[in-house]
Design a protein around this ligand. Structure first.
Ligand SMILES: Cc1ncc(COP(=O)(O)O)c(C=O)c1O
Length: 389
């Protein structure tokens, strides 16, 4: 059997693999602490579940329109107006089975062979893999601790070529937790405005998880010209603890692009699951108080985690402004990230994500979507392995 050449170049998701290995070890009775999760450890709020349970009981179990129910798309429009001040109509919204699915379909609709996709690094590992499978070329834009893992306008400007098709912006970022300020986004807009053919894909999935009184800004809300060529991607997974529900969406200025994405989806998954959609409506309309509570807990855990890690000099965490990950420089261990992650899982049963697939062999990602007790125990175990006595 001969596989598709582009598929051969794709690596499976390391995050899902490690999370699965940690789960399997737990099932064998091993006391594993998993800091690998890319999902909130909270349960979905009850009122959201009730909306979907009631829909199921009323027989809402058939196909819905491919881009999602009108009710859900209207709720998304209300959300975009409320949070970003942006006007959309339901024909400009496509709901898919999670933001991951929607991003894939948007890239599918836009990319021709050889088109370049500009991706700030470190990056969410799925972006370049999707670009590869779709025949595009990823161009990584470097960033370091010195710029709080944000790219400068100069780096963006230098990377743009006539083949550049899409710039992917992910704020707050997975894996670093970096959050772009309004001024930083405006500076990027100034560069983007010099290149009218360049689209922006703004992945705002961690929008509701921003700390220290900072505010999330969508690049589409800051400049009308950039707004016209920005696709906003967001979803229910992280804000409302709904990862398993598989609801994500994109908002398009260009109705033809929305139609193209809908058409691709109509030939693959069709609609998102029918009975998750009513829950998705109430989450958007009434879920912000719960999202805020979760965000406050994440911030507290972030602070605890960073203060405890001071006892492990070889682990230097970057202080994130959003999401729920610590991006930790492990150069002090003298080992590459894969080795550190392997040692931690095999020897002290702590699951973390090595960041080679996120663009850095000098970092691991540790999720604090877990209890304070687990964070304390994990740091003790890490210290047992990496602090010289
Ligand atoms: C940056 C980023 N974008 C998108 C997603 C996809 O989320 P979902 O498909 O659950 O909506 C994730 C999930 O980990 C993510 O970290």
């Amino acid at each position: 059997m001969e596989l598709n050449q582009r598929v051969l170049a794709v690596k499976p998701s390391v995050t899902l693999e490690i999370a699965a290995k940690a789960k399997a070890m737990k099932a064998q009775g091993i006391d594993v602490i998993s800091l690998s999760a890319g999902e909130p450890d909270f349960d979905t709020p009850v009122f959201i579940k009730e909306a979907s349970i009631s829909a199921l009981q009323k027989g809402f179990t058939k196909y819905t329109p491919v881009p999602g129910t009108v009710e859900l798309r209207q709720a998304i429009c209300r959300k975009l107006k409320r949070d970003q001040g942006l006007d959309f109509t339901p024909e400009q919204i496509v709901v898919g089975c999670g933001a991951k699915h929607v991003i894939f379909n948007v890239l599918f609709a836009l990319l021709n062979p050889g088109d370049e996709v500009l991706i700030p690094s470190p990056f969410w590992l799925s972006y370049p893999e999707m670009v590869t499978v779709l025949g595009g070329t990823s161009v990584l834009l470097p960033s370091t601790e010195k710029t709080d893992f944000k790219i400068s306008p100069a780096i963006l400007g230098k990377a743009i070529t006539p083949r550049s098709k899409i710039f992917i912006l992910n704020s707050p970022s997975n894996p670093t937790g970096a959050v772009y300020s309004k001024e930083e986004l405006l500076a990027l807009c100034a560069v983007l405005k010099k290149h009218p053919g360049l689209m922006v894909l703004s992945d705002e999935i961690y929008e509701k998880l921003v700390f220290d009184g900072l505010k999330h800004y969508s690049i589409a809300s800051l400049d009308p010209e950039i707004a016209k060529r920005t696709v906003i991607v967001n979803g229910h997974s992280k804000a409302y603890a709904m990862t398993g529900w598989r609801l994500g969406y994109a908002a398009f200025r260009d109705k033809a692009l929305a139609k193209a994405v809908e058409s691709i989806q109509s030939h693959s998954t069709s609609n998102p699951v029918s009975f998750t959609q009513p829950g998705g409506v109430v989450a958007l309309d009434q879920g912000d108080a719960d999202a805020l509570k979760m965000c406050e807990v994440f911030q507290k855990r972030r602070d605890l985690f960073i203060s405890l890690l001071k006892s492990v000099p070889a682990f230097k965490p970057f202080k994130p402004s959003g999401a729920f990950y610590l991006f930790v420089d492990i150069q002090g261990t003298g080992l590459p990230a894969f080795e550190v992650a392997k040692k931690l899982l095999d020897e002290v049963h702590v699951a973390v994500i090595p960041c080679e697939p996120f663009g850095s062999s000098r970092h691991i990602r540790m999720s604090y979507a877990t209890s304070e007790k687990d964070i304390e125990t994990a740091v003790k175990r890490i210290a047992g392995l990496f602090v010289k006595k």
